[in-house]
Design a protein around this ligand. Structure first.
Ligand code: SF4
Ligand code: SF4
Length: 288
């Protein structure tokens, strides 16, 4: 089972939920945590894995042979990302905007474009106290997170339970991290800001056809707008984590909730049971 843990915005407690769920399951399941928040990975701060391997991540970017080029401009026309342009008798490329789609080299009528690899990040893997761990790191200054996220996901096997810590927001990196999941946990807080970002996140996972449920973090602040929204949209609130000084203190010291307060393990196991129930029920109804 692949469970992604997402939120419409950063700082809602995604990593707290992802790491504690992994640690709660490790005694009964083979579990791997993928930190796909490649612009700012922090799962390793909590799990403290021993890193045993790494591989660079590259994308193929165009290289123009101006001796062959006729400056016809076709490459610039087909590039959806404005990563290549023709100015008079010059072809300019902007590697940091390039998505490595290969369209320009494929369609150049003079075969003047070859592709060369450009390193944009790294994938590292290891293990932490019974939990498999893989994360990606986007090189500082790079903008293209999806290729690094794709690589992180390639390193998982299909066995056991995979928990994906998704980047914040609702843009391309989020879609790349979530797609293929059996279930998506949406972590939010009971405030108007939380509701706004939850609404956007729900729209994204529904568009992808992935079932979702909510973990309400920092319960006790704000109002009841999130609960009312979930009721109206028929989204289950699967776990509520209160706003408590001790929980915040553990988080600020890089200690997972399920480790610092082991009594929380049962709550995370119940969260997993509820998710399994929803996923099983959904696959039964698809078969019927
Ligand atoms: S499509 Fe090829 S020939 Fe035309 S401008 Fe681009 S690189 Fe030059
Ligand atoms: S590989 Fe794709 S994104 Fe990159 S410059 Fe060529 S057309 Fe644009």
């Amino acid at each position: 089972m692949i469970i992604s843990v997402a939120s419409g915005k950063g700082g809602t407690g995604k990593t707290l939920v992802a790491t504690s769920l992994a640690l709660s399951l490790k005694d009964s399941h083979e579990v791997v945590l993928l930190d796909c928040d490649v612009e700012e990975p922090n799962g390793h701060v909590f799990l403290k894995p021993e890193i045993t391997g790494s591989n660079p991540v590259s994308i193929l970017v165009p290289r123009v042979d101006e001796d062959r080029c006729t400056y016809c401009g076709k490459c610039a026309q087909v590039c959806a990302y404005n990563a290549i342009t023709v100015l008079g008798n010059h072809v300019l490329t902007f590697p940091q905007l390039c998505h490595g789609c290969g369209a320009c080299s494929y369609l150049c009528p003079e075969k003047a474009i070859s592709e060369e690899p450009r390193e944009t990040g790294v994938v590292e893997w290891g293990r932490s106290d019974g939990v498999g761990f893989i994360h990606g790191k986007l090189t500082v200054g790079e903008a293209m997170a999806p290729p690094v996220i794709r690589k992180v996901k390639e390193y998982t096997s299909n066995d056991g339970t995979v928990i994906i810590d998704v980047p914040p927001g609702t843009s391309c990196p989020v879609v790349e991290a979530i797609k293929g999941s059996d279930f998506c946990i949406l972590v939010t807080e009971p405030t108007p800001f939380g509701l706004n970002d939850l609404t956007l996140a729900v729209g994204t996972v529904r568009e992808l056809g992935i079932p979702c449920g909510v973990v309400l973090n920092r319960a006790g602040v704000g109002d009841t707008v999130v609960q009312e929204y979930c009721q109206k949209e028929n989204i289950r609130i699967l776990l509520t984590i209160p706003l408590e000084t001790e929980i915040a203190r553990l988080y600020s010291r890089g200690i997972p909730l399920a480790e610092g307060l082991p009594e929380w393990k049962d709550s995370f196991l119940q969260l997993f049971d509820k998710i399994t129930e929803i996923v099983d029920e959904r696959s039964r109804s698809i078969k019927r």
